[in-house]
Design a protein around this ligand. Sequence first.
Ligand code: IPM
Ligand code: MN
Length: 360
Amino acid sequence: MGITKNIAVLPGDGIGSEVTDQAVKVLNAIAERFGHSFNYTHGLIGAVAIDETGNPFPDETEKVCKEADAILFGAIGNPKYDNDPSAKVRPEQGLLKMRKNLGLFANIRPITTYDQLADISPLKNEIIKGVDFVVFRELTSGIYFGEPRGRSEDGNTAFDTCLYKAEEIERVTKLAFEAAQKRSKRLTLVDKANVLATSRLWREKVTAMASNYPDVTLDFMFVDNAAMKIIQNPTHFDVVVTENMFGDIITDEASVLSGSLGMLPSASIGTGVSLYEPIHGSYPQVAGQGKANPVAAILSAAMLLNHSFGLLKESKLIEQAVKKSISAGVCTEDLKPSKIHSTTEVGEFIVNKIKEAVVV
Ligand code: IPM
Ligand code: MN
């Protein structure tokens, strides 16, 4: 029996619309094959929303999100704001407001490697072979949101506040422990407890929770050491839980293991509707040129089907089709294929593989 669902599509800035277009094509191919019906409502966010409404996360978009069964998001950011410290509104504020207002407190970022792409990684094959871990990044607190923040009156001092409450630590950590139970039962807390008070609270709370998960082995790693281990010995990791900013930084770093930032999807979940987004940014340098890798967006759609709609078979079919595109060398330029394919060509190849696949 097919299901009917409403999906909010927020392409955002830069390459966001090109890659989400491919993800929607893939979702449509799935709907057709399995008799599902997906309805899409588009919303504005980021620089495009500022241009049209003055607000990077308009109320209308928030409404569309809250009424949807899941959200597919592209990317945010426009260089015209990056070097303008006096800009009053910024595209990124839209993303942060969306995460906060939708209660998306956990960002799940799986790091997968593909044998066929081992050679394009700057790391040696033997280091990346078998890498498969997942980072649970806390997403609605920490230094990204703490108050007060700002400047002194003379403008010569600036400050941000890193603040964590026990319950903010516990809710994301619970998800990480549960994920570890379903995987190889290892959880690493990445923090900076040798320096930061917030990190010491993380250690205290995470340690206290460990007794509820006796089958999971918990270890701790300072973030600077973790940054090194991700490059030196990435198979050490299975499930990682960490605060907002550390999670932001180490997942960009970890993306290098998979060959390209263009490969990695993520799911943001919390108190209501969930959101799925590539971990890459808006890559304005190539926007509109058909060069962007749509795989992260397409795999985000696969995560959406699995996590929000419980459609595991459909989700796996997308992952298999993506693997086939990599094996066939039908890839965008970031993956250095012998022949470069465009964003749309990669999307269409994956759609065709979904159409052709024998489903049992
Ligand atoms: C990400 C991005 C965002 C973040 C930016 C665009 C605000 O880098 O989703 O990782 O820092 O969270
Ligand atoms: Mn980031």
